[in-house]
Design a binder for this molecule. Structure first.
Ligand code: HEC
Ligand code: HEC
Ligand code: HEC
Ligand code: HEC
Ligand code: HEC
Ligand code: HEC
Ligand code: HEC
Length: 452
């Protein structure tokens, strides 16, 4: 053992001395003497090659410069392409490979999400906006690679599980500004004014080129601080700017929850409002029983004022009219147990009507409305898949389609709240969607009515 150590020491010592010898010559004179010392030998291969290059450069200087510039350009292009290649979601998906939801399945859940459909990639969210943010994210990628090789599978899953379950940790993983650059006009301007966005406009990823309101309008997105929300009566300004909440507080799983649109959960609202009321009973948050204050679209649906055009009378829900259970004050006529327990065939049938037959009727009606919606679900995805080919005018039509489709998507009562409005929204979406589909040369959606 000792012997071996000695030998290793001796080896390094010899190397060190050889290095000191070789590195010494600094002055011209020394150089010459070094050359002459090694002079007996033929000049090395590399040296020969260098001499040849030198000669060539003297003979054809402009060609030489052109070649050098060419080589530099190719190197830059290779770097640029390498950066691009390692920035694609497919590349991230090489390691984030699972296919359920939750830790490890990030590529799979992203792929199912509206952000993927709208071409918002991993590093548009996972990386601070701007050129340096992009480069830092790439460094993070290097660390990922290192972890993949060095750390155990358990270690990897532990880190990913933290990101998927711990809100405070997740909020640090993707801070508010990284979302706001796309979802607010004011924040977009503030961030772009204070950030070096790109070199000469070279585009490495989507987010660095996002300018609002243009991007927002093209994608049919609302400005979260200045526009009304579509379904819930809710102020982002109060909760984000005044109360200082993170997006994740309510949008945990926005890209990785497993749905096309992962909506905020009522439970999150109630948990915090209850806790706040304990401290101060006078806060402006609505009581949990005050369904109508938050659920503005359901109220408008029930009262028949949603999608009302000039000269039209509000459409009363035809199913419940005799019983007078519709309207803003009557949510609990059907939602009897708690806000979280949905009315079912059993509660409508046996509890309320006293006959299970009514319950079956309820299921039939909802199945019919599902059949109305199914072709629109398909059309929606088809339109997303050709979004890049659309002109600006076609994008505007697509956004119009989405506005009507969204009403069906939000009304998970499937027409029970108001069948007239449900059908009206479906008809509008179908007409606009089909017109757009045929102008793009993709198959139009058929419904039962078309088939008749
Ligand atoms: C070579 C495999 C590999 C690739 C490729 C890869 N990752 Fe990871 N990633 C990992 C591992 C392993 C971890 C967990 C361990 C760690 O960060 O130390 C991880 C963790 C993460 C985390 C959580 C970090 C944290 O601190 O909680 C994010 C976010 C992430 N990756 C995003 C991405 C994105 C975006 C890409 C594509 C640009 C990507 N990864 C590509 C292996 C990879
Ligand atoms: C719309 C923005 C957005 C996009 C796009 C996005 N993510 Fe995420 N990602 C988040 C947020 C926010 C979190 C924090 C946890 C959560 O909310 O699910 C997160 C969490 C993660 C984590 C931590 C572990 C976990 O499961 O939560 C990983 C790893 C990750 N993302 C990888 C990816 C990869 C890979 C892609 C692309 C295939 C991607 N993300 C696309 C927003 C995004
Ligand atoms: C690069 C820009 C970009 C970034 C970054 C981004 N989003 Fe989005 N977001 C979009 C686009 C585009 C859509 C899809 C619009 C559509 O087609 O409906 C979208 C959709 C959404 C929706 C669904 C809207 C709806 O119609 O219901 C929510 C919620 C959302 N984003 C929240 C977030 C959160 C939270 C973050 C940060 C974790 C984030 N986004 C990051 C561009 C972005
Ligand atoms: C206190 C809860 C809460 C917080 C915090 C929060 N949101 Fe929301 N967000 C909501 C609710 C509620 C809606 C409305 C859903 C609806 O109308 O269906 C919403 C809707 C949205 C939408 C969809 C808008 C559309 O066009 O349909 C986007 C995008 C969004 N939020 C982004 C963000 C971003 C970015 C942040 C962080 C800066 C954030 N939210 C913080 C609760 C929250
Ligand atoms: C982490 C805490 C927290 C969460 C989560 C939260 N809120 Fe609030 N919310 C508050 C507080 C505190 C107030 C009272 C503000 C005041 O008194 O000025 C409030 C007030 C409100 C108000 C009335 C005042 C206003 O400006 O809009 C509405 C409506 C509301 N919240 C809806 C929601 C909804 C819907 C959600 C869930 C998507 C939600 N909140 C989630 C803390 C929260
Ligand atoms: C503080 C605002 C607020 C109040 C008050 C409120 N909700 Fe909600 N509710 C929400 C939000 C936000 C969601 C999630 C968004 C969505 O699903 O559209 C939701 C979702 C729901 C859902 C769907 C839940 C699920 O599991 O899919 C039902 C049903 C519901 N609310 C019924 C009610 C009823 C009934 C009341 C009154 C007893 C009520 N809500 C009071 C904000 C509220
Ligand atoms: C005529 C009976 C009836 C009345 C009255 C009623 N609902 Fe519903 N609601 C239903 C049924 C049935 C469902 C679907 C349950 C399911 O998905 O299994 C539902 C689903 C919902 C949902 C989830 C889907 C969605 O649209 O977002 C919400 C939220 C909701 N109701 C809120 C309300 C509110 C708020 C009121 C009062 C303004 C109300 N409901 C009044 C029967 C009713």
């Amino acid at each position: 053992m000792k012997n071996l150590l000695e030998r290793i020491k001796a080896f390094f010592l010899a190397k060190k001395q050889a290095f000191a010898k070789g590195a010494k010559p600094k002055s011209d004179a020394d150089n010459k003497s070094a050359e002459s010392a090694a002079g007996e030998k033929e000049p090395g291969r590399f040296k020969k090659w260098l001499l040849k290059v030198k000669e060539f450069a003297k003979r054809k200087p402009s060609l030489f410069i052109a070649i050098i510039v060419g080589i530099i350009l190719v190197l830059l292009l290779v770097t640029y392409e390498a950066l691009h290649l390692t920035s694609t979601p497919e590349f991230c998906g090489k390691c984030h490979v699972d296919t359920e939801t939750g830790a490890g399945a990030e590529y799979h859940t992203w792929k199912k999400n509206v952000h993927a459909a709208a071409n918002v990639g991993c590093i548009d969210c996972h990386g601070k906006p701007g050129f340096f943010g992009y480069m830092r994210a790439k460094m993070g990628g290097m660390y990922d690679l290192y972890s993949e090789i060095v750390h155990s599978k358990e270690n990897k899953m532990a880190i990913l599980t933290k990101g998927a379950t711990d809100k405070a940790y997740a909020a640090k993983l993707v801070p508010n500004d990284w979302c706001l650059i796309c979802h607010s006009d004011d924040a977009n301007k503030r961030i772009r004014d204070n950030t070096f966005m790109s070199f000469f406009g070279v585009k490495m990823r989507k987010v660095d080129a996002v300018k609002n309101p243009e991007f927002r309008e093209l994608n049919g997105l609302r400005d979260i601080f200045n526009d009304e929300m579509p379904n819930i009566n809710f102020s982002h300004d109060t909760h984000v700017n005044t109360l200082g909440l993170s997006c994740i507080e309510c949008h945990m799983g926005v890209a990785h929850g497993g749905e096309f649109k992962n909506r905020p959960k009522m439970e999150d609202c109630f948990t915090c409002h209850d806790a706040q009321r304990e401290k101060n009973p006078d806060i402006a948050a609505p009581a949990n029983e005050d369904c109508a204050t938050c659920h503005k679209t359901v109220v408008e649906t029930q009262e028949g004022t949603l999608l009302l055009e000039e000269g039209e009378e509000p459409s009363i829900p035809s199913m419940m009219v005799d019983m007078g259970v519709y309207g803003a004050d009557n949510c609990s006529s059907c939602h009897m147990e708690s806000a979280f327990e949905l009315p079912t065939a059993a509660t409508c049938g046996t509890t309320c009507h006293g006959e299970m037959d009514y319950g079956f009727m309820f299921d039939d009606i909802r199945a019919q409305f599902d059949a109305v919606k199914a072709p629109l679900d398909k059309l929606n995805m088809q339109l997303y898949s050709v979004m890049d080919k659309m002109t600006k005018e076609q994008r505007a039509k697509f956004n119009e389609f989405k506005d009507y489709y969204e009403i069906l998507d939000y009304d998970r009562s499937k027409g029970i709240h108001n069948d007239t409005i449900y059908v009206k929204a479906a008809d509008k979406a179908l007409a606009i969607g089909n017109e757009l589909a045929s102008s793009l040369g993709i198959p139009v959606a058929a419904t039962d009515e078309n088939n008749q």
